[in-house]
Design a protein around this ligand. Structure first.
Ligand code: 5GP
Length: 194
């Protein structure tokens, strides 16, 4: 997706620890026109799937998933992060290790909002080691709903998440794939996906 790739190369900032900051257009200030184009691209890539719900994880997935949900004409649900271990039986729960904060959170979705027979497209901003996606996948599967695929805005192709999710057999669509980040020079290398 060219406009996304151009924007990453122009405005992305490489931080130490293999972190790419995209705060000026995706994760803090948000370019709404870009989100609209991202949502259309997800719709195009999953056009053959009977998607009935979009699922993401707070916080930075929410804006992207909201635009995607509007494009698909379906509801959006976001998994909430919580430190509490005192979860009642009304929630689906998964444990997710945060790549950026290096801590573990339980992520929860109310059983009111995810049911057997639903067809779920999972959306997130980044894919690194795949913990967030695996947590969301396990929540969908424990509800009896079907994972129709995973849509990611930026996959870091040098980390294992993409391989793990594809090896599990899910359709994973990443709109931009970063092959290398050099914190010393600030260089971002994108994979040619044409
Ligand atoms: P994973 O669970 O795949 O290891 O990491 C994905 C999650 O960590 C995403 O939800 C995203 O919020 C965050 N993340 C991972 N890598 C990066 C990165 O390079 N930059 C930013 N801004 N977030 C990242």
């Amino acid at each position: 997706m060219n406009i996304l790739e151009e924007r990453i190369l122009r405005d992305g900032i490489v931080k130490s620890g293999n972190v790419l900051k995209v705060d000026s257009f995706l994760n803090h200030q948000v370019d709404i026109n870009l989100l609209e184009e991202i949502a259309k691209e997800f719709k195009r890539r999953f056009s053959d799937k009977p998607v009935s719900k979009i699922l993401t994880i707070e916080a930075s997935g929410i804006g992207i998933a909201a635009f995607a949900a509007k494009e698909f004409g379906v509801p959006m649900v976001f998994a909430k992060k919580t430190k509490s271990i005192n979860i009642d039986g009304e929630m689906f729960v998964a444990e997710v290790e945060s790549f950026t904060h290096k801590n573990k959170n339980q992520v929860i979705v109310s059983k009111k909002f995810l049911h057997e027979g639903e067809h779920v497209l999972i959306i997130d901003d980044f894919l690194a080691n795949g913990c967030a996606l695996q947590g969301l996948i396990s929540i969908v599967e424990s509800s009896g709903a079907v994972v129709e695929g995973c849509g990611i805005v930026i996959e870091k192709g040098f980390q294992i998440g993409g391989r793990v999710i594809r090896n599990l057999g899910y359709q994973l669509e990443s709109l931009a794939i970063v092959d290398a980040l050099d914190a010393e020079t600030g260089t971002i290398t994108l994979r040619n996906q044409d």
